[in-house]
Design a protein. Structure first.
Length: 304
């Protein structure tokens, strides 16, 4: 049973400083790092590091960053055979600032990720037909992602959509109806349903609104305040795990990779979300994006 990620591949340029700069301001930082990123890449590495058989479908540019991304993906144990090298565009990048409170701001330049189209879906059709859980995000064109989702669901698989970056107008019901699980954070939830959840009760109302729009399961991530979910069998609230956070970059991606791993392993939705929450929490204890993904023993130790 295979987890497939169809999504973005970036090189991340991350700076660390006491605080984030204000408009027009220049700050001295403490250090910087260059590494793998992109929500698709992060989620694939997260699932693979847990031990899942994982495929990544995407594009990089024919440039130095693209070469580095392919080499780093191979080093993380992922096959690069489903990744197209596109000579016409540059590899995607993300410029990330992280402050002393582990908060971040990110500017993404999509590059090759935004050149993805339905030809990539047809090229990897056999991969999608054999997929048990598909992870999608919104850092590639939505039309291509939904085409892959239709193939996966037609062959009995399940589709998880991380609606990030969420469009200002949200997502219409006809799109939500083409995925099985949607996993927004607080900001994305507000863009999707017009309600910014500040409490578990708010999150439960927002999840119900997403369910009413057609998605099978809605998972609202409240960051350090926990996770609320609803599906056809009910719902619940998963309290946060207590960890010493240093960097929240890719915490949501590690959550989604963990959710896919647990669902693929046969866990119930509630148990899968608790496992995913542990993955997301552990990722905040390490610096970087893909490099922060935890291992299965680490997750089990945190869960007790």
């Amino acid at each position: 049973m295979t987890i497939t990620v169809f999504g973005s591949i970036n090189i991340d340029l991350t700076t660390y400083a006491t605080r984030l700069p204000r408009p027009g301001e220049t700050l001295h930082g403490d250090r910087y790092a260059i590494g793998l990123g992109g929500k698709g890449c992060n989620q694939a590495v997260a699932a693979a590091r847990l031990g899942a058989q994982t495929r990544l479908v995407g594009r990089v540019g024919e440039d130095t960053f693209g070469q580095r991304a392919l080499a780093d993906l191979s080093g993380a144990g992922l096959s690069t055979g489903d990744i197209r090298t596109d000579a016409g565009v540059e590899t995607g990048i993300a410029v990330i600032g992280v402050d002393a409170e582990a908060q971040n701001c990110i500017t993404v330049v999509g590059g090759a990720n935004m050149a993805i189209d339905v030809s990539d879906v047809e090229r990897a059709r056999d991969v999608f037909e054999a997929t048990s859980v598909l992870l999608l995000q919104l850092e590639i064109p939505l039309e291509a992602g939904l085409a892959a989702a239709d193939i996966v669901r037609a062959h009995g698989g399940r589709v998880i959509l991380d609606p990030a970056p969420a469009p200002d107008g949200g997502l219409p019901p006809e799109i939500l109806a083409r995925v099985d699980v949607v996993t927004p954070n607080e900001t994305e939830t507000e863009l999707l349903v017009g309600l910014r959840p500040r409490t578990p009760e708010d999150a439960a109302r927002a999840a119900a609104m997403m369910r009413a729009a057609g998605v099978h399961a809605a998972v609202v991530k409240l960051g350090a305040a926990g996770v609320c979910y609803q599906d056809a069998d009910g719902g619940g609230f998963i309290p946060p795990f207590e960890v010493e956070s240093i960097d929240t970059v890719a915490a949501g991606d590690c959550f989604n990779g963990g959710l896919a791993y647990a669902l693929n392993d046969g866990a119930s939705m509630g148990d899968a979300i608790r496992f995913a929450a542990a993955c997301g929490a552990l990722s905040t204890t390490k610096a970087g994006a893909s490099s922060s993904a935890p291992t299965l023993p680490e997750v089990r130790a945190l869960m007790g």
